[in-house]
Design a protein around this ligand. Structure first.
Ligand code: FES
Length: 254
């Protein structure tokens, strides 16, 4: 389903990190944290859409929020868009985080790295609503790019790490988890592959759901730009856009 969504706001919240709020009836179709939308940034080159994960879904206001990093031509163009302009948005797409993995009173550990942090916000919101106890670990490169720490803290104990030690604990998300001996029933994570891989190695026998960041073309399972291998097979594969982006640990080769 695609629709023209109106830009309500588009503002910088950290160095190179933007928060975009969009409104249209499409929001009523958005339910699952971890799903994404495919946004057409311009009608001239770059023609490709950009996959951007949903950060916050607000059915009452009819608005959704997306947090993205302006780095390539497409997202830089997006960062220049003004309130009142419209964007061609396709979605919601993909399979998000399974909430049914946990019941009330159980413990979830949410781990985000860099621009993988945003989808965990809607996830935290929905888990807390279900009575799940949530702990959050956020990893960033440096202090300048840290965002949403206070917003996450409203859902549960929130730890921040930076790779260069300029804010929070120095190191990686895995160091924070080890240092504080954080325990959980289910772990949900989104971030770069090395981070997901490290988590998978840290907890080989636990229930982990990992959201992959992959380059995408079509976003709907037609172009094979996003395939990843399945363990113990030379021929089997899964598509991040339509089978994922969230997979259970071990389902695909990282
Ligand atoms: Fe085209 Fe996944 S992006 S198949």
């Amino acid at each position: 389903m695609n629709e023209h969504m109106t830009i309500i706001s588009n503002r910088q919240i950290a160095k190179g990190i933007y928060e975009l709020t969009l409104a249209s009836s499409l929001v009523q179709r958005m339910h699952t944290p971890g799903q994404f939308v495919h946004v057409k940034v311009a009608n001239v080159a770059p023609l490709l859409r950009r996959p951007l994960s949903l950060c916050d879904i607000n059915h009452e206001a009819g608005e959704c929020t997306i947090v993205y990093r302006a780095e390539g031509t497409g997202t830089t163009l997006l960062s220049q868009k003004q309130p009142g302009e419209t964007l061609d948005v396709l979605g919601p797409l993909g399979n998000g985080f399974p909430l049914s993995a946990l019941s009330s009173e159980q413990r979830a550990l949410l781990v985000g790295g860099g621009i993988g942090v945003p989808p965990l916000y809607e996830l935290a919101k929905q888990l807390v609503k279900n009575g799940v106890c949530v702990t959050i670990v956020l990893g960033f490169q440096t202090k300048d790019v840290v965002f949403y720490e206070e917003r996450f803290a409203s859902f549960g104990k929130t730890y921040v790490a930076t790779a260069d030690g300029s804010y929070g604990m120095k190191g990686f998300v895995t160091d924070v988890i080890e240092h504080h001996a954080l325990s959980f029933d289910v772990l949900y994570a989104c971030g770069p592959k090395p981070m997901l891989k490290a988590l998978q190695q840290q907890f080989p026998h636990k229930e982990l759901y990992l959201s992959l960041e992959e380059r995408m073309g079509c976003g709907v399972g037609a172009c094979f730009a996003c395939v990843c291998r399945v363990p113990h097979s030379e021929t089997a594969y899964k598509k991040v856009c339509s089978d994922g982006p969230v997979f259970r640990a071990g389902e695909v080769v990282l």
